[in-house]
Design a protein around this ligand. Structure first.
Ligand code: 13P
Ligand code: SF4
Length: 360
């Protein structure tokens, strides 16, 4: 199903071409790897720090975060964990909006990131000035923004949502007669609009990783693997979402691999997730969903170049030096807290259990 034109605010986004960072996978000799792991463990203890990592970071970082009592999770649980942890320093291994969210929720904590240039295409494609103008033009609408936005964009919002909470929040607002202005992911926005029935105007943004999954090629792959269940992150295009057995946050997709009876899965999200999926269900077959269809250009190929900027060397360096501190203007931080706190209260009240709720 195509996005309905009247809901999509075409042109309501930065038109500047997006330059993807070069691929910089971290290559370590076994000796250096061992040395870095030891050094990071020592520094974490000395600095009263924890690692808060996303599932798209390297297996190495995910393992280390778990071994040191940090967390590996989706963006909703990263925010919750950082908020509930009594560590004095949070080292956020993810992308910039995740670091900013941690700082907004924890102004008294030091929030460090291995690389401050680890951005997100959704965030980059939603400049705050343009978004503010759009909000000003629609004062009657409730502004709901996806977590993948800058603090400056969250300042304009009534609610923040994550992939694991968007449908529940918008359904709740729709039931109260609210009309929504949504940014920035048009695919997630349209999925939520169709499932909730809410009146939503959508910002014209997309994730460079998920927009590349291809509906026709996925159908062909399913024909070859009729027994496989299809797991799709909701940042994917409608032609892919329509074929999903489960649509959900990264946590929900990992949980589905062990929860469902099937032996094989076609997975439409960033490749970093396979590490946890293999751990959750050893022996099951995991097939990456196709990205490069006929005549299509695959720029990122299930690979988030910004997530890949997180490295063991970077973690060790920022713990040692205290550099790459997330700093936010106090007024921005206080105002951006409003939509985030609303989401956390909402999920706590409802005990929002996102796993498996979005089975298609
Ligand atoms: P999750 O909240 O599902 O982890 O998604 C974050 C993200 O950036 C997906 O591309
Ligand atoms: Fe952003 Fe897409 Fe990377 Fe997620 S995968 S952090 S949405 S660019």
């Amino acid at each position: 199903m195509n996005l309905e034109m009247q809901t999509l605010l075409r042109g309501a986004r930065s038109q500047a071409p997006l330059k993807l960072p070069e691929r910089r996978p971290e290559v370590l000799e076994p000796g250096e790897r061992l040395h870095l792991r030891k050094r990071i463990k020592r520094l974490l203890r000395e600095r009263h720090a924890v690692l808060v990592a996303h599932y798209y970071t390297s297996a190495e970082l995910q393992t280390l975060a778990e071994e040191t009592h940090g967390c590996v999770s989706d963006s909703l649980d990263m925010a919750r964990f950082g908020h509930e942890s009594d560590a004095r320093t949070l080292v956020v291994c993810g992308v910039r909006f995740m670091g900013e969210t941690a700082k907004i929720l924890n102004p008294e904590k030091r929030v460090l990131m291995p690389d401050l240039d680890a951005e997100c295409s959704l965030d980059l494609r939603c400049p705050p000035g343009e978004f503010q103008r759009l909000c000003d033009a629609h004062p009657e609408r409730t502004v709901v923004v996806y977590a993948n936005t800058s603090a400056a964009v969250k300042v304009c919002a009534d609610w923040m949502v994550t992939s694991g909470s968007a449908l529940e929040v918008v359904s709740h607002l729709h039931a109260r007669g609210k009309k929504i202005l949504w940014a920035p992911d048009k695919f997630l926005g349209d999925y939520v609009r169709l499932r909730s029935g809410a009146d939503m105007l959508l910002w014209d943004g997309a994730c460079v990783v998920h927009e590349e999954f291809k509906g026709r090629e996925l159908a062909e792959m399913r024909a070859l693997h009729p027994e496989a269940k299809v797991l799709v992150h909701p940042e994917s295009p409608a032609a892919v979402l329509e074929q999903a057995d489960v649509v959900g946050s990264t946590s929900a997709l990992i949980q589905a691999v062990s929860r469902l009876d099937a032996q094989s899965f076609i997975v439409a999200t960033e490749q970093g997730i396979f590490h946890k999926m293999r751990e959750a269900a050893p022996g099951k077959t995991l097939l990456p969903a196709p990205t490069s269809g006929r005549g299509a250009t695959c720029r990122s190929c299930s690979y988030c170049p910004w997530m890949a900027m997180n490295s063991l060397r970077g973690v060790a360096r920022v713990l040692e030096t205290g550099e790459n501190l997330i700093r936010l203007d106090a007024a921005v931080r206080e105002r951006a807290l409003v939509p985030i706190r609303r989401l956390l209260r909402f999920t706590a009240q409802r005990k929002l259990q996102v796993y498996g709720n979005n089975d298609a």
